[in-house]
Design a protein around this ligand. Structure first.
Ligand code: FAD
Ligand code: PYC
Length: 413
């Protein structure tokens, strides 16, 4: 056994170096309180400190850092969206991702794989062409390929999909990537703490005091904190927090499940998504196939896994890859997806002064972690919505001015 390991294991004198500090006491006041220690919350804290010099910040997390959807997602990163607002926003995020390991001094296992959205119908091919045109217009690499192009990149695929839904072609997005999800939260958390931010785990927000239309304080299971600025970044728990300030949003919360196979030698280089078969898959650095499907069709706050999900997803995986019939499923899990009617997020200032929302991340928010952190930090620091997020304001629903991204969602919902 290595000497260093033995030393750390057996002696209190040699604590393993921590990624970030664990402050014991909550202060009575912070300039900014961020609710939610997922990627979005800690990224916002990092950029508040790095870009705006605002370091009197507390991130409050009811469980453990990255234990929400950040640690449960399937880590697909891409910018091949449908709307001009979406394409520009996610493209800015991908650009940050590409140098984030260096920036955070932590290997995020960022791995560019290329991303295929498979089309099995003429209508789907038309949507792919539309997306390719919008993408190219904003300088994002996307092109439509025929079935041969799919087979070249992935020779193992059965293009007939068991005869159920033959593949006609795909939208190919070369920058499509995956990364190590929890490292992203750790890296941002460490960077934020190094600049003075405090992260309090096991600290649940139970209420928010508003007086005269302004945020005044946040109540927690460990006492009350006075503050004039609160950023909510709680994904599937958003309706509970918005209820605390009397704000209505159109968010509904559904479970989203995922599963991984036993590890295999590397064979699947690209990321594949099929809206018609309701399946997406990539192979992780560990060799596991990381797989998912559509949302569970019921609104419920539960992260329970179901057999239905494994059966349905496995059947569709076998349509594409019949040779996997003896491969074992190792784990499955679920997260709570905060879904909006137009499949775009809700970001920015709200009608409650000092209360900022970073929500509606549904099934698509991991890829947005860096840019949501950066734009929300700027919004909170300046009290003006960052120009990149103007298409995502809450009041768009009042104007019926939706930012329709459904056609670029990962799988059919
Ligand atoms: P979270 O990581 O969920 O963090 C919110 C935190 O808030 C949680 O840790 C929670 O404990 C905490 N919290 C809640 N209430 C309180 C409270 N009252 N007080 C204190 N703390 C509180 N997106 C992609 O881009 N690509 C993908 O491939 C992808 N795959 C997905 C697969 C699955 C199975 C799931 C569930 C989601 C997927 N997503 C994907 C979506 C993505 O995971 C989320 O949009 C993103 O992680 C949201 O990050 P976050 O930091 O906002 O939320
Ligand atoms: O947003 O690309 C995505 C995605 C894939 C799986 C879940 N979300």
């Amino acid at each position: 056994m290595p000497w260093r390991l033995l030393r750390f294991a057996l002696s209190r004198k040699y604590p393993e170096p921590r990624m970030f500090g664990a402050p014991r006491d909550l202060k009575r006041h912070y300039d900014v309180v961020i609710i939610g220690g997922g990627g979005h919350g800690v990224a916002a804290a990092y950029y508040l400190a790095r870009d705006h010099g605002i370091t009197d910040v507390a991130v409050l997390e009811k469980g453990y850092l990255g234990g929400g959807n950040t640690g449960r997602n399937t880590t697909i990163i891409r910018s091949n969206y449908l709307t001009p607002e979406g394409v520009q926003f996610y493209d800015a995020s991908v650009r940050i991702w590409q140098q984030l390991s260096e920036e955070l001094r932590l290997n995020l296992f960022y791995s560019t794989r290329g991303h295929f959205t498979l089309a099995h119908t003429d209508a789907a091919m038309r949507t792919m062409r539309w997306r390719a045109e919008v993408n190219k217009h904003y300088g994002v690499e996307s092109e439509v390929v025929d079935a041969t192009g799919v087979k070249q990149a992935c020779p193992q695929i059965d293009l007939s999909c068991g005869g159920h839904a033959p593949i006609l072609g795909a939208l190919y997005h070369a920058p499509g990537a995956i990364a190590r999800h929890d490292a992203v939260a750790w890296g941002y958390a460490r960077g934020a703490c190094e600049r003075g931010v405090q992260i309090h785990q096991q600290t649940q927000v139970t209420g928010i005091d508003v007086a005269g239309g302004r945020v005044r304080a946040v109540r927690t299971n460990r006492g009350t904190i006075e503050t004039g600025k609160v950023l909510s970044a709680v994904a599937g728990y958003t309706p509970r927090v918005t209820d605390m300030v009397g704000l209505r949003t159109p968010i509904v919360v559904h479970p989203l499940q995922a599963m991984v196979s036993e590890p295999m030698k590397p064979w699947l280089d690209p990321i594949l998504v099929s809206g018609s078969l309701h399946v997406y898959v990539s192979q992780s650095a560990r060799g596991e196939l990381v797989m998912g499907a559509s949302l569970d069709p019921y609104e419920v706050q539960s992260t329970r896994s179901t057999l239905d999900f494994v059966e349905g997803l496995s059947a569709h995986m076998l349509d594409m890859f019949p040779f996997l019939s003896n491969v074992k499923v190792m784990r499955q899990w679920a997260g709570m997806a905060d879904m909006t009617p137009d499949f775009a997020p809700i970001m920015g200032r709200t009608e409650v002064d000092g209360f900022y929302l970073d929500a509606g991340w549904g099934t698509w928010g991991f890829k947005a972690t860096p840019i949501s952190g950066k734009t929300m930090a700027r919004t909170v620091a300046t009290d003006r919505n960052d120009p990149l997020i103007t298409g995502f304001s809450l009041e768009r629903f009042r104007r019926y001015a939706l930012t329709g991204e459904k056609g670029a969602a990962s799988v059919g919902h």
